[in-house]
Design a protein around this ligand. Structure first.
Ligand code: IPD
Ligand code: CA
Ligand code: CA
Length: 255
């Protein structure tokens, strides 16, 4: 199954790059789900490709896709975000990804995040670690928030959500080294997994934004919880960091 996932996510990534060329020649259709929530032909086509491949290989499996919703099936479920970072994609920036996770009996067992422009494929398998382009990766050793570079994001629905990152960002910003906002939660989590980011927090995320990335962080030795340090608020509010930094991040968010 891991080889199958590797193959289809490579193909999905290549397909997204074909659509990116249309974007550069101004022929790509971009629609709005809401004022700030964009969806392109690429999102729909990449998801359709992945769903077709999964249904052909594993016809009994369930699927949750951002663009096509729920496809019923057995206790295996594929969770797809075909383009995580559509705003970056539309603005011709490199930080978007294809994210696919496989869940079995409610537990994430495989996760893959492919950043096509960057040529980087992050993969994790439960109990077997995480890799970047086939090489093992691990979370950073950073032990103090003052030394930490953290990722975060601001959901496009923020203006409609009273509980949003505008309250948390000013708490963290003065006490950390710096922040990065890549525009793809899946890449943020993959970067925590390989130690490029020391941690990550965000609110108002969906399962498809985080499923593969969460497993990457856990398999790279990191911790992923909601803002209370449990799994109750996942998906939605998420924090991820190495085991030393994670409690410090939780405390700072609560302060
Ligand atoms: C978005 C990205 C972004 C995050 C947003 C998500 P999309 O996903 O993950 O980093 O800040 O909350 O909605 O819409 O590009 O798939
Ligand atoms: Ca997403
Ligand atoms: Ca998406």
């Amino acid at each position: 199954m891991k080889e199958f996932l590797n193959r289809i996510i490579d193909q999905a990534a290549a397909l997204s790059l074909e659509y990116k060329r249309q974007l550069q020649s101004d022929t790509l259709t971009v629609n709005r789900k809401s004022q700030k929530d964009l969806v392109t032909e690429a999102d729909v086509a990449v998801e359709r490709f992945l769903v077709e491949q999964i249904q052909a290989a594993y016809p009994d499996h369930a699927i949750l896709g951002e663009e096509s919703g729920t496809h019923d099936g057995n206790d295996w479920r594929w969770i797809i975000d075909p383009i995580d970072g559509t705003t970056s994609f539309v603005h011709d920036q490199p930080f978007y990804s294809v994210s696919v996770a496989v869940e079995h009996q409610g537990k994430m067992v495989l996760g893959a995040v492919h950043a096509p422009v960057l040529g980087e494929l992050f993969m994790a398998e439960r109990g077997k670690g995480a890799t970047l382009n086939g090489q093992p990766i691990g979370v950073s050793q950073c032990a103090a928030l003052s030394d930490a570079v953290l990722g975060t994001g601001f959901a496009c629905v923020r203006k409609d959500k009273p509980h949003n990152n505008m309250a948390y960002f000013p708490k963290l910003m003065p006490i950390i080294r710096d922040v990065r906002r890549y525009g793809s939660a899946a890449i943020d989590l993959a970067y925590v997994a390989c130690g490029r980011l020391d941690g990550f927090w965000e609110l108002n995320l969906n399962l498809f934004d985080m499923a593969a990335g969460m497993l990457l962080v856990q398999e790279a030795g990191g911790v992923v919880t909601d803002f209370d340090g449990t799994a109750e608020g996942l998906p939605g509010c998420i924090t991820a960091a190495n085991p030393t930094l994670h409690p410090l991040l939780l405390a700072a968010l609560k302060a």
